[in-house]
Every structure is written in C-alpha cells, then in structure tokens.
Ligand binder design. Structure first.
Ligand SMILES: [Zn+2]
Length: 202
C-alpha cells in the first residue's frame, strides 16, 4: 500500500495540495467542530481555466449538498471530485462565501486572518494570481437553511476525528483552509487545525 501524504493545516491558515486523478483525499477535523473550506482548480487542461462551482454542483445534483457517491462539478459541469465517504454527522455547507477581510472589518476585527486571504496566499505561493475568488465547499459547517429561508451559522457538531473522503476525477490543485472565524460559534469558539491525507488510487 502506498504511504499517504499527510498535510497539517495549522489553525487559521490554508495550503494548496496537488492531486492526480484517482487520488483519495481525506479531510479530517482532529479536534472537532472545525470548518474546512475547499476549492478545486483543474490542472490537466491549461487552455481552459475551470474550477469547482458550488452553484453548478447544487444544480446538477438538484440538492444543497452532494450525497455519498455524487460529484462536485466544475463551472462547465465536469465532475471534479466524488464524495466517497462521509464519516461525520454533517451538515456541510455550499451556500456561504469564504470568510474574508471585510466580514472581519464589519465585526470590528481589522487585520484578521480569513479563508479568502489564505486561499489567495496559497495560490501566490505557487505562482498563480487568481482573477476572482470562487465560493468554497464548507465541510462540517452547520448552517442549514431554516424552513422560512433564514440562514444562520451555528456551532459545528463535528466530533473529534470526523472526516470526509473525496476521489479526484481530474488532476486538480486543491486549496484547503482551516476556517478563521473566532468571533462567532462557527468553529466551536476556537480555531483548530485540519489534516488532509492523500492516498494514491488503484
Ligand atoms: Zn473561514
């Protein structure tokens, strides 16, 4: 069996991770209640910039979030990732944007780390300047819509060690962040690390 690549994403930071078609990516929340944001960009077709689209994924699956066995799709409707296991109680989110510096400024917290800045930095570290910031997949985020349409983010209920596993359907550059929100119960009132394990597929 091939050894897994193990990437530790420190609290309130993010990292880019290259994966190949067939790789299994497990996103683990070791301490519990920590939201992990995920982006995916296609790297096996440089002539066509394409990335994971949360709105296309909702549309094609006709659901707020894929079930196990369903895909996350690109802006062109191409399957990029398959959710192969959900070893968490959920819920997960695909409605919210990444936390960003303006959100923290509105909360009276200038110069605060954010998932959006961490995404941009993770790309700059590999020489890519993003023209725009797509919306992320927010694993373990507890923000299901209320029946009246209200959207509240409440504390994640993910237990320590809760995880999800994805299979790459294309060669991708992923970015995973350990969400920076610490002024709101999103991450259980404390920001902790996220671990990503990548194993080669068959
Ligand atoms: Zn965040």
């Amino acid at each position: 069996m091939t050894e897994a690549r193990r990437i530790v994403i420190a609290p309130q930071t993010g990292q880019s991770i290259s994966v190949e078609r067939g790789d299994i990516i497990r996103i683990i929340d070791p301490q519990g209640q920590q939201v992990a944001d995920l982006w995916a960009f296609v790297t096996d077709n440089r002539s066509a910039l394409d990335w994971l689209s949360t709105s296309q994924t909702r549309d094609i699956n006709e659901r707020l979030f894929p079930r196990v066995g369903e895909h996350f799709y690109s802006t062109r409707g191409v399957p990029l990732l398959t959710l192969v296991e959900d070893a968490s109680p959920g819920p997960h989110d695909m409605l919210f944007p990444a936390c960003n510096r303006w959100l923290y400024e509105r909360a009276g917290l200038p110069d605060h780390p954010s998932c959006q800045d961490n995404l941009v930095r993770a790309f700059e570290a590999v020489g890519i300047v993003l023209p725009a910031v797509p919306d992320p997949v927010d694993f373990f985020q507890n923000s299901l819509p209320s029946p009246d349409g209200r959207l509240d983010v409440i504390a994640s209920i993910n237990p320590p060690g809760g995880s999800v596993a994805l299979r790459a359907e294309r060669d991708l550059l992923l970015v995973v962040t350990a969400c920076s929100v610490d002024f709101h119960p999103t991450n259980g009132d404390r920001c902790t690390e996220i671990v990503v394990e990548v194993t080669k597929g068959d």
